[in-house]
Design a protein around this ligand. Structure first.
Ligand SMILES: Cc1cc2nc3c(=O)[nH]c(=O)nc-3n(C[C@H](O)[C@H](O)[C@H](O)COP(=O)(O)OP(=O)(O)OC[C@H]3O[C@@H](n4cnc5c(N)ncnc54)[C@H](O)[C@@H]3O)c2cc1C
Length: 442
């Protein structure tokens, strides 16, 4: 067997600094784990895979099945190219507990809401994790150098040309061994997960999203390590179900990657002032501490706590009246766990155009959310040095965006009046809802 990883410019060139750096550190570690036998190629998979297969006279190429719209298309063309030379592409397994498309409603359709999906998914058996492959690795073939790949220029953000920070300085370690260490740490706190998972100041969640995204852990390895023993463990498994569910929704509705799953035609702002509001949001300068703390955590760590993701996303859509896609692009670019299905559908859930059953009147109040979920301001003070007081846990920042923040060193006044913008959001949503209903009756 010959282990091959093809870095596809179509993906790599659009990934932000965090995901690039993490991927490269995983590849470096994987190569070490394989005694230097990993073959790394850079280019279009449709060329690189058949080329190497030809070089070594391979009969079959094995990959994990991909369910994303791009991944499906890519694997189809690779399979065709291999077939033309008498070779086969064999898709094995998936990186989900239940592969997209495998869970169906009674009438054979796809689920559109999480709870009924989970009622079925949670009853299905999970097959045990496989051990390591016992095959023999072929001797090494020529590879492209990792640092050559790392030098590829970063793509410009499609909404606003903000100066990029350097790769986040506080990325987790890449590779399988580090992933297992994260899992071990989490096993020590998982029983309190149901009570503490919404408190961003506590280290109460698993931080395994990055490993699930890059495949340094398979979800079934996590399921077998966690078990069902306590309410904390069951609550955690339910969250894992959201990952499968969103992948399923995206595979059933490929255009929902960047378009509303349930189009409402909500009015958004996109004038010059809207762009300025976006910059304030993206750089953590809205004057709403919990939103700003989250946005700064994102830039500094390539991560944001789930509750804060929801609050920051709601703020962009319902307080600033900007399209969810602007925020989703920014998240996807900066998150180290950036994942098309979870990100786009997480955003649409918040925006009220996705899989939520009755969402449109829900507008998070960032001040009340802060009182409830960050009552001692420990999270806010960790990420906003201007508000630090004397918090010994305060982190230091680096990167160009933060230079501006620190130079000003004055925390801004709130850029909007939440109560007024909440009413405006509901007005816009009601109007959009009414015209959708009217259209349906015509
Ligand atoms: C606007 C928005 C954008 C998001 N973007 C992403 C993204 O790009 N990539 C990503 O992996 N998650 C995304 N999420 C989901 C969630 O915020 C993260 O999975 C979670 O914060 C990761 O931290 P954790 O591993 O400690 O989570 P834990 O609480 O430990 O959860 C365990 C695992 O369950 C899965 N999970 C948990 N919550 C969700 C959820 N709401 N949706 C889907 N999967 C979930 C993740 O794989 C996670 O690692 C987004 C959520 C929102 C609201």
């Amino acid at each position: 067997m010959l282990p091959l990883f093809v870095v596809d410019p179509a993906l790599f060139d659009h990934a932000g600094p965090a995901r690039r750096a993490f991927l490269l550190s995983c590849l470096e570690q994987l190569n070490r784990d394989l005694d230097g036998k990993l073959v790394l190629r850079f280019g279009q998979p449709v060329r690189e895979v058949p080329k190497l297969a030809e070089e070594i006279g391979a009969r079959s190429v094995f990959v994990t099945a991909d369910a994303t719209p791009n991944g499906v298309r890519r694997d189809e063309v690779v399979a065709t190219a291999l077939a033309q030379a008498g070779r086969q592409l064999v898709q094995v397994g998936s990186c989900y507990l239940n592969p997209p498309g495998s869970i169906r409603t009674g009438s054979g359709g796809r689920y559109k809401v999480f709870t009924p999906y989970w009622n079925v998914a949670s009853t299905l058996p999970v097959s045990p994790p496989l051990g390591r492959s016992q095959g023999t690795w072929s001797t090494a073939h020529s590879s492209v150098a990792l640092d050559e790949v790392a030098r590829r220029p970063l793509a410009v953000h499609p909404v606003v040309d903000l100066v990029e920070p350097q790769a986040p300085p506080m990325l987790p370690d890449g590779g399988e061994a580090a992933a297992h260490q994260r899992l071990q740490r989490f096993l020590g706190v998982v029983d309190a997960y149901d009570e503490q998972r919404d408190l961003p100041a506590d280290d109460a969640t698993s931080r395994l999203s990055v490993d699930l995204h890059f495949g340094t852990l398979h979800p079934r390895q996590i399921v077998y390590a966690i078990g069902q023993g306590t309410s904390g463990r069951r609550a955690f498994l339910r969250q894992l179900g959201w990952r499968d569910f969103y992948a399923d929704v995206l595979s059933a509705n490929p255009t929902s990657a960047w378009n509303d799953l349930h189009p409402l035609g909500i009015d958004h702002d996109d004038d010059h002032e809207a762009h300025q509001r976006f910059v304030a949001w993206a750089t953590g300068m809205t004057g709403f501490p919990l939103v700003d703390a989250g946005m700064r955590q994102l830039l500094a760590e390539g991560f944001m706590h789930n509750r804060v993701r929801m609050i920051a996303a709601s703020f962009l859509v319902k307080d600033l009246h900007l399209p969810w896609q602007w925020g989703a692009h920014w998240f996807l670019h900066h998150l180290v766990d950036g994942d098309l299905a979870s990100n786009s559908h997480g955003w649409q859930w918040v925006a009220g155009v996705g899989t939520d059953a009755s969402p449109y009147f829900r507008v998070f109040n960032p001040t009340l959310q802060a009182k409830r979920f960050d009552p001692n301001s420990a999270y806010v003070q960790r990420w906003i040095p201007e508000l630090v007081g004397l918090n010994p846990k305060a982190k230091s920042f680096s990167g160009t965006l933060f230079d501006e923040v620190q130079r000003r060193s004055i925390y801004p006044e709130p850029i909007v009046d939440h109560a007024r913008e909440r009413e405006e959001a509901i007005r816009r949503l009601t109007r959009a809802n009414a015209s959708v209903k009217e259209g349906a009756h015509q």
